[in-house]
Design a protein around this ligand. Structure first.
Ligand SMILES: NC(=O)c1ccc[n+]([C@@H]2O[C@H](COP(=O)([O-])OP(=O)(O)OC[C@H]3O[C@@H](n4cnc5c(N)ncnc54)[C@H](OP(=O)(O)O)[C@@H]3O)[C@@H](O)[C@H]2O)c1
Length: 304
């Protein structure tokens, strides 16, 4: 029976991955997750998930996890202080190998959670290694004969809350004039639906949420919700850039954070302008109720 075959999620314990898993579980589908730490994964995801302890860089672990699966979702990231030195090994080499192993063991459907968009000009201008990497992975996926879909993730709405300290939004560089984001639960719903659909093969979606906001606009919404003024404070980018120049050669994570902040502040206007159309496309294609920053804020910080 096709429906008793599990959906396998690589990266299922991650920021986005745990929402993907939660949404898959809500549909009643069996879910299997590959994690390097079984106990931690069960703590994060609950006991309703079949956790295979293993590493995505091990072909044996990957084949074991993929055995008898209906679809594979890849939402893996090595963007952490511990893993960043293995960025290409984990996020490129191992992920591309997973695609080939999926073909080998007969898993027909693959959904890859990537970066929001691959603007090659911007990637080169900012020297964005992560952008080059995602582009290479997407090209490798497109070259397979899998039924694949790429879902381009923007930053989560959580970004606004991550910069919030008391009643101030501390924003490195001040942020762009308009930034698409998405609620993590909405991304989870979209990815979960994409995983079990066969009619989205060869397509790429940018996962724009309903709001495309600057940080001052976000601050106004947070002020409204909390009833207290939330002010934006800009941290000049020169500080992280100096830190990057000084310690970046020894601590690649710092270099990548600085690159991510530069990307945040250089977010292309053309992409922001397209976000409303991207969002409409999602509403036409997937069945979910989009979460605005206002709703997310009401849920999370009703009393700041
Ligand atoms: N979060 C964001 O702000 C953001 C923004 C835009 C795009 N994205 C994209 O969204 C995707 C998911 O990112 P995320 O932020 O949700 O990731 P994350 O929170 O950093 O989680 C990383 C995940 O990767 C898994 N992982 C790492 N190394 C592994 C290995 N060697 N073997 C097996 N699993 C491994 C971890 O599993 P275990 O620890 O359980 O082994 C964990 O579930 C990525 O493609 C990322 O580029 C994220």
């Amino acid at each position: 029976m096709a429906n008793s075959k599990p959906i396998v999620v690589f990266g299922g314990t991650g920021h986005y991955g745990r929402h993907i898993v939660a949404q898959l579980l809500e549909t009643g589908l069996p879910v299997r997750v590959l994690s390097r730490d079984r106990e931690r994964a069960v703590n994060v995801l609950g006991s309703g998930v079949d956790v295979i302890e293993g590493d995505i860089t091990s072909p044996l672990d990957v084949e074991t996890a993929l055995h008898g699966a209906r679809a594979l979702v890849v939402s893996v990231s090595a963007f952490s202080p511990k893993l960043i030195r293995r960025l290409w090994e984990i996020e490129h080499d191992a992920v591309v190998q997973c695609f080939h192993l999926a073909q080998k063991v007969g898993v027909p459907r693959v959904v890859y959670v990537s970066g929001y968009d691959i603007d090659k000009e911007l990637v080169e201008k900012l020297g964005l290694e992560i952008g080059r990497l995602k582009a290479a992975v997407e090209e490798a996926l497109a070259a397979t004969n899998l039924n694949w879909t790429v879902l381009g993730a923007p930053p989560p709405l959580d970004l606004f809350f991550a910069f919030l300290r008391g009643a101030k939004l501390w924003v490195p560089g001040g942020g762009p004039p308009a930034l698409p984001t998405i609620a993590s639960c909405d991304l989870g719903a979209i990815v979960a639906q994409a995983a079990v659909r066969d009619d989205l093969g060869g397509r790429r979606f940018r996962l724009a949420g309903p709001d495309v906001l600057s940080f001052p606009q976000a601050a106004r919404i947070l002020s409204d919700v909390t009833g207290k003024p939330v002010a934006v404070r800009t941290i000049p980018l020169i500080f992280p850039r100096i830190a990057g120049a000084l310690v970046g050669p020894f601590y690649p994570y710092v270099r990548h954070i600085v690159a991510a902040l530069r990307l945040l502040n250089s977010f292309p206007k053309a992409l922001a302008d397209q976000a409303a159309a991207d969002h409409r496309m999602l509403l036409e294609t997937f069945d979910y109720t989009p979460t605005t920053l206002r709703v997310e804020a009401q849920r999370r910080i009703g009393g700041l």
